[in-house]
Design a binder for this molecule. Structure first.
Ligand code: ZN
Length: 182
């Protein structure tokens, strides 16, 4: 046996890193690798996540099976089971970073809008506030969406709900205008 140090060639290194990438981690190993979820409890009983940053609307997403999932939906599923397709998990407390299962409820998109109106989160609260927008507004909104301005900000500027802006973004309303879904 020759003695000494074997230097790894580029080829060796590549093979090694490939082997490492291909290695399947057990569920347990994956769990250990994850950043622990930490939260604090506020006076309203909300469990507010402090360990992870939220998106522009304050919602926190975690990676599960290579997909980003909303953490409050994961918590809901864990406590109450399967979420039917098309249903939203809404917050009674209006706090997107809250994961107290008691504060979560299932709702449709319509329920969520109605809930927002009831809580005064919508400035006008009409059932179809998007109909209040003029065509020129919608052009502006589409432009702002393309410029990646947050839906919440746009909604506030035009005095409609974020749902309305989202409907425009997804092409559910005003799709006949140039551009369709953004
Ligand atoms: Zn809460």
């Amino acid at each position: 046996m020759p003695s000494g140090v074997y230097l790894r060639t580029e080829e060796h290194k590549q093979k090694l890193s490939k082997a490492r990438k291909g290695r399947k981690l057990s569920e347990e190993a994956k769990r250990r690798r994850r950043k622990p979820l930490q939260f604090i409890r506020n006076k309203n009983g909300c469990f507010i996540i402090t360990s992870h940053k939220g998106d522009k609307d304050g919602y926190i997403k975690l990676k599960r099976n290579h997909k980003k999932k909303l953490v409050h939906r994961l918590v809901y599923e864990k406590h109450f089971g399967f979420i039917p397709e098309g249903m939203l998990v809404c917050h009674k407390c209006d706090n997107p970073a809250c994961i107290n299962p008691k504060h979560l409820f299932l709702g449709t998109i319509a329920d969520n809008s109605a809930d927002m109106v009831q809580k005064g989160r919508s400035l006008r609260g009409e059932k179809n506030a998007a109909a209040k927008l003029k065509e020129s507004d919608v052009h502006k909104i589409k432009k702002m969406l393309k410029d990646k301005i947050s839906q919440v900000r746009i909604a506030k500027l035009f005095g409609v709900t974020k749902m309305n802006i989202n409907a425009i973004k997804m092409g559910r309303t005003w799709a006949w205008l140039e551009g369709g879904a953004v």
